[in-house]
Design a protein around this ligand. Structure first.
Ligand code: SF4
Length: 183
């Protein structure tokens, strides 16, 4: 059995990255029963953009923990309203780690949100926040400026891969948190 359940909780996204894998992954994922997810050592909440439905993600996280899950739960996102929206704030505080991505087609708003999240991490003494930046925009900004106080566990420049490979130790699921009744 693989170690990690990578769970797409929505395909909705506020971006339109050219070559987005989600449009091509229809045959790659399975739709699980909730209890199946609890058998993994780690759960990754991803999308789409999970922060667009942060209140549902928070509810999902609580359900996972209240079901006795002892592993780690991580959040992959590229959007935040930390300190402004209660459910974003709580979700960021309650998961075990966050991978935050700056995509190639970033906007001024994305940079403002990155600054907001960096401050939020510092003010709350949060750990295990990882910043991924698309390698194609590596030289656009001095990204290290966002890590002056070591807020981020690391900043990595990630090469875009058209093939959308699923890491060997991960199983891909679609667990639609917008469904009225969840299995
Ligand atoms: S942020 Fe992710 S899910 Fe959204 S369009 Fe870009 S690659 Fe696709």
């Amino acid at each position: 059995m693989k170690r990690t359940a990578r769970v797409i909780v929505t395909f909705n996204c506020n971006r339109k990255c050219p070559g987005c894998c989600n449009e091509r992954m229809v045959d790659e994922y399975r739709i699980p029963m909730f209890n199946e997810l609890l058998k993994y050592e780690e759960i990754i909440i991803t999308g789409g953009e999970p922060m667009l439905i942060s209140e549902r993600c928070l509810e999902f996280l609580h359900r996972i923990r209240n079901s006795g899950f002892k592993g780690k739960v991580f959040l992959y996102t590229a959007y935040n309203r930390a300190g402004r929206l209660w459910s974003d704030t709580q979700l960021l505080k309650e998961v075990d780690g966050v991978t935050y991505t700056i995509h190639k087609e970033y906007s001024d708003k994305d940079i403002a949100m990155l600054g907001n999240l960096t401050r939020f991490i510092k003010e709350n003494g949060l750990k295990d926040f990882r910043l991924n930046v698309d390698a194609r925009i590596k030289d656009d900004l001095n990204w290290g400026d966002f890590n002056r106080n070591g807020e981020w566990a690391h900043i990595r420049f990630i090469e875009w891969k058209d093939e959308c490979p699923i890491p060997e130790n991960e199983e891909l699921f679609f667990y639609d948190l917008m469904r009225e009744e969840l299995p």
